[in-house]
Write a protein that binds this ligand. Structure first.
Ligand code: YK8
Length: 185
């Protein structure tokens, strides 16, 4: 996979998990803001979160669904997205959270050929500090023709890099705001 973020934030590990994986103002704003070359999600407040369920192995899984709006000229204007998230049982409150998200972008060209695997690792560094690592794999379900494979790879990585560069910027801002607010109290 490719690593997008490997950064320490002055935010507790539980708080960052909450911000990224539960319905939060931050994620709504983040999803709402994007109107640039890659895509931006529509109606992020309409994200559907199915509850976590424990599987036989003791990991927890859930599905979330939303719609993104794309501005890639090769893709339609909107696409439905399904994310299947697995919260690994190695995760421990106040210590670490390991989450894999398998992302299927329906409706985009060649969507039946590939899906995305995003891995999020949040680990405690200190009481009010944690490290966030995010990496991605492009996975193929079936072998595309060479030219198509190249097209998928190019559009895939540019869209993802844009997404995570933006997430990194927004998290840096959030960290600022949260720590300023903290100093006042
Ligand atoms: C999640 C992977 C591919 C897709 C896109 C497909 C173009 C296909 C063009 C043909 C537009 C938020 C992406 C980037 C849309 C956004 C998806 C996001 C960033 C000609 C090949 C959405 C993480 C995520 C996973 C996969 C991304 C799509 O949190 O290029």
């Amino acid at each position: 996979g490719r690593q997008h973020i490997n950064e320490v934030y002055r935010i507790s590990v539980d708080k960052l998990y909450d911000i990224l994986f539960n319905k939060s103002q931050f994620m709504s704003d983040f999803m709402e803001q994007r109107r640039f070359s890659g895509y931006y999600p529509l109606h992020s407040y309409d994200v559907v979160y199915h509850p976590w369920k424990k599987d036989e192995a003791g990991h927890q899984t859930r599905e979330i669904m939303y719609t993104i709006s794309l501005s890639n000229p090769l893709a339609p204007k909107t696409a439905a997205v399904t994310e299947t998230q697995t919260l690994y049982k190695a995760s421990q409150e106040s210590e670490c959270y390991i989450i894999d998200a398998e992302v299927i972008t329906h409706d985009v060209p060649y969507h039946d050929y590939f899906y995305t695997l995003n891995r999020y690792m949040l680990t405690r560094v200190a009481k009010n500090k944690c490290r966030l690592r995010i990496s991605t794999e492009l996975r193929f379900r079936k072998q595309p023709w060479g030219l198509v494979k190249g097209l998928i790879e190019k559009n895939f990585w540019s869209g993802l890099e844009e997404n995570f560069r933006h997430l990194e910027m927004e998290l840096a801002k959030l960290e600022e705001v949260m720590n300023e607010a903290g100093q006042l109290s």
